[in-house]
Design a protein around this ligand. Sequence first.
Ligand code: FES
Length: 574
Amino acid sequence: MTGQNRKLRSADWFGRTDKTGFIHRSWMKIQGVPDHEFDGRPVIGICNTWSELTPCNSHFRELADMVKHGVYEAGGFPLEFPVTSLGEPMMRPTTMLFRNLASMDVEETIRANPLDGVVLLAGCDKTTPSTVMGAISVDLPTIVVSGGPMLNGKFQGRDIGSGTDVWRFSEDLRAGRMSCEEFSLAEAAMSRSHGHCMTMGTASTMACMVEALGLTLPGGAAIPAADSRRRNFAHLAGNRIVDMVREELKISQILTREAFENAIVVNAAVGGSTNLLIHLLALAGRAGVPLELDDFDRLGSHQPLLLNLMPSGKYLMEDFYYAGGLPVIIRELGDRLHQDAVTVNGHSIGENSTDAVCYGNDVIATLQSPLQKEAGIAVLRGNLCVDGALIKPSAATPELMQHRGRAVVFEDIEDYNARIDSPDLEVDESSVLVLKRVGPKGYPGMAEVGNMGLPAKLLEKGVADMVRISDGRMSGTAFGTVVLHVSPESAIGGNLALVQEGDEIELDVKGRTLNLDVSVQELSRRRAAWQPDPPHTERGYVSLYLEHVQQAHLGADFDFLVGKSGSAVTRDAH
Ligand code: FES
């Protein structure tokens, strides 16, 4: 049975004539819900990550209202619910510590309630992967409404980008090139409207990712949050999710291996964040789609960079939207993508982008004349990263892509903070900065500290980049010759833990290697003397996290969350 005749999942709650059905309907009527809402129409959950502690998502109540209009218009019954929201600029020690927790909230809330389909409202970095991870593990018809980027930052007559210019301003302040007053004035100039970071940081990367995966209506990734078309986009998603329920188009039918490969290729073309890897690996693990770290290099590293956005380029998401948005990139990539991959609107990604027109060739380049011939993420191997590490060449300094230097080692972030600006630090521009204990278990939560700032005395000399290595992540808005996600991490005894001051390290991005030039015998000696740190805590959520989080090359999901449990709940509550 299909369409209107099929018994919906929500009928197990609202379609019953017994005591249990009475309870489900009666308490819903507290909200003024009339009887006809229980007549078998699709019940649509609107999963809202609104929070004043997540400023990037602070317009989501209005977006949820737009989704509701769309759901009602299409004959559905919308029910909005809150889930754990993760505010990137606020949460300590790092939102990544809570991504899996938020995904559990999403998964269990969807499954436990009378929902036939779900609209995920997501914007700030972790709110997209956490909601999608949770939804995958339930596997109902699902559509994502991304919240949209902020308008371009404007400061002293030029455009400034979220995050990217914070790193620049911060270095300028430390080097005395910027006053404290200017630094303060730049705050409001950078964040002047609703929306998420408008560089190609992690939030924009995630918005492009869900569009490339086929989880959003086409063209949505770049629409500014403040643009009325963002609200229109939400309304249309509300329309569409009702039909997706009628068509039984589940998220598992969208998230095929081909969809994941498309997301990798698109990420290279847009100069997306290194954070894509850890989130896409986690999504694939939930979906049961085989995906490995090396797939990102094999499929993505030879793709051209087509989008001229900070931090790899000069424009911002608002410019991307006016230039035509992601459909232009998808059309331009042609058969580099699986153009027949199905999307939430029932059409293929190729069909959705056929009519895309580019209105700004300086913003979106062509395949014939790309901004860089090879973008994407390079995956490194070697004795420093047996299970892999990665670097984003498009954000790095070409001259440092092949480099040998002496290690300056920081045992943890506190050690780094205490010594980086010391005049006594023995460091020069050829040194390799090494930071330990910032991986999934080491921080814990794998913080975005991998793009550690340069020593003050080198900044004063005008040094702009150095090779930096850690088991942490970096913000998608950051840049530099930064090796990240070293796996296994130092906290569990990866060779990163054994690096000592003055060791020679060799990075060869072209050869895809990262090696510590220390003899096997010496490494064995150091390993024998190595002791793990005591656990950060033995209670609460963090204890659960430390016990179950997987390494970066596996997506840092909890081992017990990999896969899905479906939507069935066999027992009543009453
Ligand atoms: Fe929320 Fe950047 S801080 S998207």
